[in-house]
Design a protein around this ligand. Structure first.
Ligand SMILES: NC(=O)c1ccc[n+]([C@@H]2O[C@H](COP(=O)([O-])OP(=O)(O)OC[C@H]3O[C@@H](n4cnc5c(N)ncnc54)[C@H](OP(=O)(O)O)[C@@H]3O)[C@@H](O)[C@H]2O)c1
Length: 245
C-alpha cells in the first residue's frame, strides 16, 4: 500500500485530497497543526469506511513540531511515497506593497515557504526510500509573475503583496528542488488547485474542494512518464494544465 503525508489536511483542499487518496488505496498521514482538528477529520473519514488514515500533529511553521512529526511517522513506516505541501495562509486581504508589515511577510513566508522547505527536508529520506516518490507543492495562479505583469490578465488588479510573493517563492523552490532531484525517480510539481470555496477565502471561491482535490491528487499519483518541475493549473488551462511561471 502506498503512503502519503498531507500538511494542513484537517479541512479544505487538504482534507478533500486525503479523502481522494484514501479512495485510491493510499495510507494517509493527515497533518494538522491542531491535533484535535486532525482527529475529528480522521473520525469523519473512518465513518465513511476510509480507515487507512492517521492524524499527525504538525505545525509547519515550527521546527520542533515538524521534527516530532517526522519521528512519529518514522515509527509507523520506513517509506513515504507522496508528500503534499498543502498547508497555507493568505495573511488576510487586502495587502499593499507599501503598507504590509514585515511581520505579515514573516508570518506568511514562515508557513507558505519556510514550512514547505522544513517539511520537505525533514521527510526527504522517507521519500527517497520509495520507488516512485512524488512531491506536490500546492501553489496558486496568483504566484505567476508572467500573469501578474499582463494588464489583460483577468486578476491583474487583484494584487496581494504578501501572499503572491510567497507563492512565487514557493514556485522557484519547486524548480530548484525538481532540478536537484532530476536524475532520480522523483516527480516534483507546483500545482494550483484553482479558486475554490474554503475558509481560506471565506468561501468566495467559485470552484469546489472536490475539483481542487482531484487536481492535487492527480499529480500525487503521476506515472513514471509524468512531468516534473512544472507549474500546473487546470483551472487556468483545462486543456494542457500549463500556466506560465
Ligand atoms: N482556496 C483557494 O481558492 C486556493 C487557491 C489557490 C491556492 N490555494 C492554496 O491551497 C492550500 C490549501 O488552502 P485551502 O483553501 O484548503 O485553505 P483552508 O481551508 O484555510 O485550509 C488551510 C489548511 O492549512 C492549515 N495550516 C495553516 N497554517 C498551518 C501551519 N502553520 N501548519 C500546519 N497547517 C497549517 C490550516 O490549519 P488550521 O485549520 O489549523 O487553520 C488548514 O488545515 C493553501 O496552500 C492555499 O494557499 C487555495
Amino acid at each position: 500500500m502506498k503512503s502519503a503525508l498531507i500538511t494542513g489536511a484537517n479541512k479544505g483542499i487538504g482534507f478533500e485530497t486525503a479523502r481522494l487518496l484514501l479512495r485510491h488505496g493510499y495510507h494517509v498521514y493527515l497533518g494538522s497543526r491542531d491535533l484535535n482538528a486532525g482527529l475529528r477529520a480522521v473520525d469523519t473519514l473512518r465513518a465513511e469506511g476510509l480507515t487507512a488514515v492517521e492524524a499527525i500533529q504538525m505545525d509547519v511553521s515550527d521546527s520542533a513540531s515538524v521534527k516530532a512529526a517526522r519521528i512519529e511517522v518514522g515509527q509507523q513506516t520506513e517509506v513515504l511515497d507522496v508528500l503534499i505541501n498543502n498547508a497555507g495562509i493568505s495573511g488576510g486581504m487586502p495587502q499593499n506593497a507599501l503598507g504590509a508589515s514585515i511581520e505579515a511577510f514573516r508570518q506568511v513566508f514562515e508557513t507558505n515557504v519556510f514550512g514547505v522547505v522544513r517539511v520537505t527536508q525533514a521527510f526527504i529520506d522517507l521519500l527517497q526510500a520509495s520507488p516512485q516518490p512524488r512531491i506536490v507543492n500546492v501553489s496558486s495562479s496568483q504566484g505567476s509573475l508572467t500573469l501578474h505583469t499582463d494588464p489583460n490578465y483577468r486578476y491583474y488588479h487583484h494584487k496581494g503583496a504578501v501572499y503572491h510573493p510567497s507563492k512565487a517563492a514557493l514556485n522557484m523552490y519547486t524548480i530548484d528542488l525538481a532540478y536537484e532531484l532530476r536524475d532520480t525517480a522523483f516527480k516534483v510539481n507546483a500545482v494550483d488547485p484553482g479558486f475554490v470555496a474554503t475558509d481560506f477565502n471565506n468561501h468566495r471561491g467559485t470552484g469546489t474542494v472536490e475539483e481542487a482535490g482531484a487536481r492535487i491528487a492527480k499529480y500525487a499519483m503521476l506515472d513514471n512518464d509524468g512531468p516534473t518541475g512544472r507549474f500546473i493549473s487546470e483551472e487556468y488551462n483545462p486543456q494542457t494544465g500549463e500556466i506560465p511561471w
